[in-house]
Design a protein. Structure first.
Length: 650
């Protein structure tokens, strides 16, 4: 059944406040009304429109040009409005005449510079106030102004010009955001009256160690989150609220040391972030009090992985699977640069030998017995009172001496240790010992390539009682990275967590009569064959050349020493005789064909018979003589009588 509104509503109400308006409720012509919302945003308004009736709960006035003079008195009496959006306007002061029952007020992105007590005194029901991105300075806030908003629980002052924490905060405040300001000093009494505060953000300010008074945060017994990122601290602030703190953010500072008592008593702390600082090492036992720790971020710190980091290695490996510790990566020395501290072994960490100090404790087969007295952390917490701050200028904090306790202090040993036995060129035996009892182990191995890209990873899972495994079918003279992963009760593991890794090199392959499968690369074989072919071809060419020269020489020798030569009868019989007598009155001498033709006197050519006789090269030397013929003619004859074969006539 629908309730009808009377024509005249003056002095009467057709419905109680904070309910839907009557269907006939008027809406300013500049705005649009829908149910309990009045939309007057982004209309270039310079003042709040008149005529907004009761019954509307949310008023949108953002992204206009409203100034401080644009708030009519009738707006303050509008009792049904609870949420007002006024961001993105032209306000330079905290506005007055806002709806008196406003609970949430958005004033960010204006140019507000001053805040008066009178303006906030009008908003007794205000619970959430957004003043981000304005021009509010410390002198622009009247002392005690925020205290007038007695119901205020959330106060956001991000990105302003504050140089200190405003004095006089409301007692019921639960969240205070002061990040991205210019705060350099926090007085010890700044948070004395806000004991219900649960979340405090001071990121991006100018805070130093001296700017935070000792005990500043100690009285915040309900504080759950404290953020001091992007400041200039060199160590955590002293005397943190141990009873309630759950999240502590200290990233992007200049922290280079964390005293051993920095987190003493923070047994409820679940998240700690010290990323992007100057930490190179940590004091042994600094995290012992953090029994509830679940997330630890330490990225971008120049961790020095020398002997002082051994306790961190053991501590990380002893953490339960529910703890997520990230960022422990070595920067120095170069030998372990880029390696996760969790993956280091005690053998790879270099420690100077000190004759006055006992060696680092070695791995034991059984866990040490639990201490019979109070833990060292509890004793430290008991000895250190809140009146003694631990911040210091000297290298070590002014802590009272710790009495000697029975047993190791603490029993830091390597909970997982791995060793190798290289059997031959294709086999490696892996063995390990574990400080803890686990469900199973996962063993992974991969060959390290020259390009630093590991390929072909293999793995095998064994039971928790097994301590040895043999890796076979490996490549000779190769480096393998072998890791042992601890599996939890669900038979799963996290990469890089609860893991120990090391490297081993296989032996070179031994030559055997039958060809082995691991032969030289194909490229080497091709190069060898090519070289052999070139050398063989060159030798063959040389041999052919020498053989050709030898044959040619023997051919010449055989022709010159032939004993059965005779004139080639295929030609005219008297060619050479005619050539000799008719052209130059001489007889040609042809040594190649064993003819010898010599010049004769003209008188001898007049008449007479001449004989041309073959000349034979004797075996073993020359033995020719002149043959005197009966007609006083002379020819060359062999010493033995050889019959003439041809005759020439003149």
């Amino acid at each position: 059944m629908t309730t009808k509104c009377p024509k005249t509503v003056s002095g009467s109400k057709c419905h109680p406040p904070w309910t839907l308006p009557c269907p006939g409720a008027s809406c300013p012509e500049e705005c649009r009304c829908d149910k309990s919302f009045v939309y007057c945003n982004e209309r270039s308004l310079t003042s709040v429109p008149l005529g907004i009736q009761e019954g509307y709960r949310v008023l949108y006035l953002h992204n206009n040009q409203i100034n401080n003079a644009g708030f009519p008195l009738e707006l303050h009496n509008l009792a049904s409005v609870e949420i007002v959006y006024l961001y993105g306007n032209q306000l330079d002061e905290f506005p007055i005449n806002l709806p008196k029952n406003t609970r949430v007020l958005h004033l960010q992105e204006n140019n507000i510079q001053t805040i008066s007590r009178a303006a906030l005194a009008q908003l007794t029901r205000l619970e959430e106030l957004h003043l981000d991105d304005n021009s509010i300075s410390t002198v622009g806030v009247e002392e005690g102004a925020f205290r007038e908003a007695v119901s205020l629980k959330l106060l956001f002052l991000t990105k302003n010009h504050l140089s200190s924490v405003p004095i006089g905060l409301p007692e019921d405040l639960k969240e205070l955001r002061l990040d991205e300001n210019r705060i350099a000093v926090i007085a010890e009494e700044a948070f004395q009256n806000v004991t219900r505060l649960q979340r405090l953000l001071l990121d991006g300010n100018l805070l130093t160690d001296e700017g935070i008074a000792p005990g500043t945060f100690h009285g915040l017994t309900n504080l759950r989150e404290l953020s001091l990122a992007r400041n200039s601290l060199t160590f955590p602030p002293p005397l943190l609220p141990a009873e309630s703190l759950i999240k502590l953010s200290l990233q992007e500072n200049q922290i280079d040391q964390i005293p051993v008592a920095a987190f003493a008593g923070l047994n409820r702390l679940e998240k700690l972030d010290v990323s992007t600082n100057q930490l190179q090492t940590l004091t042994q036992g600094v995290f012992d009090s953090l029994s509830s720790l679940r997330h630890l971020m330490v990225r971008n710190n120049p961790w020095r992985c020398d002997c002082a980091v051994k306790w961190v290695v053991v501590w990380l490996k002893s953490l339960p699977s529910s703890v997520n510790a990230r960022g422990f990566v070595c920067l120095t020395p170069d030998k372990v640069r880029g390696m996760a501290i969790r993956e280091l072994t005690l053998d790879i960490i270099e420690c100077p030998v000190d004759a006055d100090q006992p060696p680092w404790p070695t791995l034991r087969s059984t866990p040490p017995p639990p201490p019979t007295t109070t833990s060292i952390t509890t004793m430290i917490s008991t000895l250190i009172t809140t009146s003694i701050p631990y911040y210091f200028d000297s290298p070590s904090p002014p802590l009272p001496p710790i009495p000697n306790l029975p047993g190791p202090l603490p029993p830091y040993v390597d909970p997982l240790k791995i060793s190798f036995t290289v059997v031959n060129s294709t086999k490696i035996e892996v063995s390990w010992v574990s400080y803890f009892t686990v469900t199973a182990y996962k063993i992974t191995w991969v060959k390290r390539a020259q390009s630093q890209i590991n390929e072909g990873m293999r793995e095998r899972t064994v039971s928790g009682v097994q301590r040895r495994i043999t890796l076979t079918n490996l490549e000779p003279r190769s480096v393998y990275r072998i890791c042992v992963h601890v599996l939890d009760t669900l038979n799963s593991y996290r990469p890089g967590e609860d893991t120990i890794c090391s490297e081993a090199r296989t032996k070179p392959a031994l030559p055997t009569k039958p060809p082995v499968t691991d032969i030289a690369p194909r490229g080497s074989i091709n190069s060898t064959l090519l070289m052999a072919g070139i050398i063989g071809g060159a030798v063959l060419i040389i041999l052919v050349t020498l053989l050709s020269l030898f044959c040619w020489h023997m051919h010449r020798k055989s022709r010159s020493s032939s004993t059965k030569w005779k004139y080639n009868r295929g030609r005219r019989k008297d060619d050479y005789c005619e050539a000799g007598t008719k052209k130059d009155n001489s007889i040609l001498e042809m040594t190649e064909t064993s003819f010898q033709i010599v010049a004769l006197n003209n008188e001898q050519l007049l008449k007479g018979d001449f004989r041309i006789q073959p000349i034979y090269t004797p075996n073993g030397g020359i033995g020719f003589r002149d043959c005197h013929l009966s007609n006083n003619s002379i020819a060359y004859c062999k010493s033995s009588n050889v019959p003439s074969t041809e005759f020439c006539h003149t």
